[in-house]
Every structure is written in structure tokens, then in C-alpha cells.
Write a protein of this length. Sequence first.
Length: 276
Amino acid sequence: MKYDPILKENTHLPESLDSQLWIKAGFRFGNKGTHTSRTMMFKELALLFEDQEPNAPREAYVSAIIEQNCLGKRTVSTRKLTCQRLSELYGLNPFIPIFRILRHLWQIDENGRPLLAFLTALARDPLLRVTSATILQIQAGEELMRQKLTDALRQSVENRLNEGTLNTTVRNISSSWTQSGHLKGRVRKIRQRVSPSPIVTTYALLLGYILGARGNGLFSTFWSKVLDTPSEELISLATYAKRLGFLDLSQAGGVVEVSFTRLLTEDERLLIHGTN
């Protein structure tokens, strides 16, 4: 997809083995996205996580949605579609690293859950990602002009979406940016800044780390920009996250080094280090 911020930061991706490694880590690429029919589905995700244990296997999530109907859907077909869409957005599989870590951090940071979910949805839906520049360029207090989102999507997808689907996608994406806290309001969407916690900051830094960013560069990636927070404050938040035991951080001569040995499994570290 054109103008995908991940591709912009990693221009070598199409020719690189990194793309396969990143897909295994949980990122999704391409010309399609869940937001053509759904929002980020935060309420459904929260209900599902409340219903299931943190270490639940994928089969348990599927059974809870389809057979046990923990989300209260009226028909079996709707349950199956909901399961499919949630799987697209989040993975619902502990063998997918970014889902496993989302699930782990979810239990610890209740207030940070909307941003944790949103960062995951960004990692897994290219349609949502391509609208990020439009949203992040708006100053706090300014109104989002719907046409700007429509134009950003049209430039990226070109003629692959008809007008009806494009309008639905714009509405769903606006809702997701509202669920994350970047926008407020029902009809008029007003930009507001989000306030990440140390744990949310850890997750954003980790997403950049998986994609190959290191050192000070971790604090200026696409993922860090989504947090609406200057790099100096992000470093302070990361320092606090270190004290909480979520990451390793050292500073010397203006250089910051960050690693995630406490958060990643050995297999995940091997996978990620393959992107170096």
C-alpha cells in the first residue's frame, strides 16, 4: 500500500527478508484492512480478555466468541465474522509475539488499554496506518476535516475501494482514532493529545525495536510519534519503565540504549535479532 509509514521508514522492506520476519512477529502489510467494515473493536476486545485467562490459547478465544458467545452476538455468522475481524486486528494467538505482549501488558496497565490496543491495530491494519499522518499533523483543539481522511485513503488505495466502502472506512477509522483518545466528539472530531503511561511507552518502543530501530532512534519512530509526546519525555517514561522491570535502558554521552530481554522470550529475541 502506498504511503504506509512502516514502508516509509524501512524502504528496503519489499526486497528484504525482514518483511517475513516482521510478519511472523505479528505485523501485517498489503492493500487490505479490517477498517473497511469494522473499527478497532476495543469494547469487544476488552470483553474477550475479561472472559479469558491471560495465557489462553487461540482455540479458547475462538470457542469463547463462536460457541460460548461471550460477546453477545445474535447469530452464529456474526460471531464467526467478529472472530475473524478480531483475529485480523489483534492475532488472538499467544504464538504471535505482539499479541502475547499486548495480552501481558493489558493485565498490568488498565488505563493504558486503549492505546495498547490501538498500537496493535496500527501494526496489523495498513488502512489505519496510512491515515496517521493526517491525524498526527492536526494541532490539539483543531477539528478533523473528514475530507482530509478521505483524501489520504484515496491516495493510498487509489481505485481499489468504491465510494460507499471508502466512506464506511473513513467513518470506522475516525471512530478508532477516537477510541484511542487522539480525537474526541461524536459528530465533530476534535484533536486531543494522548498521555502514554510507562507501559504504553514500552510497547511503542518495542514495536519500533522489532522493526529494526535502535538507540535514540527508538524515540523518533512512527510508533513514538503516535504517543504525542516529545522524545525527552518518552526517555523519562522509558526510564520509569526500567524501574518497573519492563525494559533495559542505559544512557551515556547523550546516547540511549534500550533492549527488551525482560519482556521477550528467547525465541522472540532470536526472531527479532534476525532483522538486524
